[in-house]
Ligand binder design. Structure first.
Ligand SMILES: [Fe+2]
Length: 223
């Protein structure tokens, strides 16, 4: 997991339309930065942590003390978030395409239906956490699900619905309160404008669908 534990892997792309001013720095330097410190504090005496990839560490996060579990989740969740977002002018595709589009059409009657179901889950959420669109490899279904705090859908024994995340939205107040005054729908609308569906769809078709596993997050995707 060491390769991820460097400041230069943190997001440097322009997400100011969604996280203006210092709000991106709040995630990358404070929340993710603290998570990395916590992981590093445990790193030397934890051989599993040394061996596991960032994704593998999610699956075993539930075996750790809560502080380390939160840190492992927070680091992955934010890395994942930076990997699916881009500035609106830089995104390839404003809607799902290919196999992902086929499944979105099947399960949600199209992209509008997906956004409607996703918005419902976002608005239902009152506690800090994340809402996800995920893929269940065992039955080939898409699902919208939620996790608490910094947990995610890869965590064995923790996630209510175990699935491979396709997109996810940060619903901690630190993610939207300052810029949207607590208006989650305004936050969500801006979020949709930043989701790089071309990349998300490619990742789904090239890796998630054929292997049933999450696609690795490459640091170079975050720059
Ligand atoms: Fe966050």
């Amino acid at each position: 997991m060491k390769r991820y534990l460097t400041p230069e892997t943190l997001a440097t792309k322009d997400l100011s339309g969604l996280f203006p001013g210092d709000s991106l720095k709040l995630h990358t330097h404070q929340i993710q930065g603290r998570a990395i410190e916590e992981i590093e504090r445990n790193f030397e005496e934890d051989e599993d942590l040394q061996k596991e990839s960032l994704i593998e560490a999610q699956q075993t996060a539930g075996f750790h003390e809560i502080e380390l579990r939160n840190a492992i989740g927070a680091h992955f969740n934010h890395m994942f978030l930076w990997s699916i977002l881009d500035a609106p002018g830089a995104i390839e595709g404003k809607e799902p395409v290919g196999k992902l589009k086929e499944l979105v059409d099947k399960h949600f009657s199209g992209y509008d239906g997906l956004r409607e179901s996703f918005a419902k889950a976002v608005n239902q959420r009152v506690l800090p956490g994340w809402v996800w669109l995920g893929f269940i490899p065992a039955n080939g279904q898409l699902v919208i699900t939620q996790t608490n705090n910094e947990d995610n859908t890869l965590m064995h024994g923790i996630a209510l619905v175990q699935c491979v995340p396709i997109i996810g939205i940060d619903l901690w107040e630190h993610a939207y309160f300052a810029q949207f005054g607590g208006d989650k729908n305004a936050y969500l609308e801006r979020f949709w404008a930043h989701v790089n569906w071309g990349k998300v769809s490619h990742r789904f078709e090239a890796t998630i669908l054929p292997t049933g596993k999450p696609a690795p997050i490459h640091p170079e995707e975050l720059i």
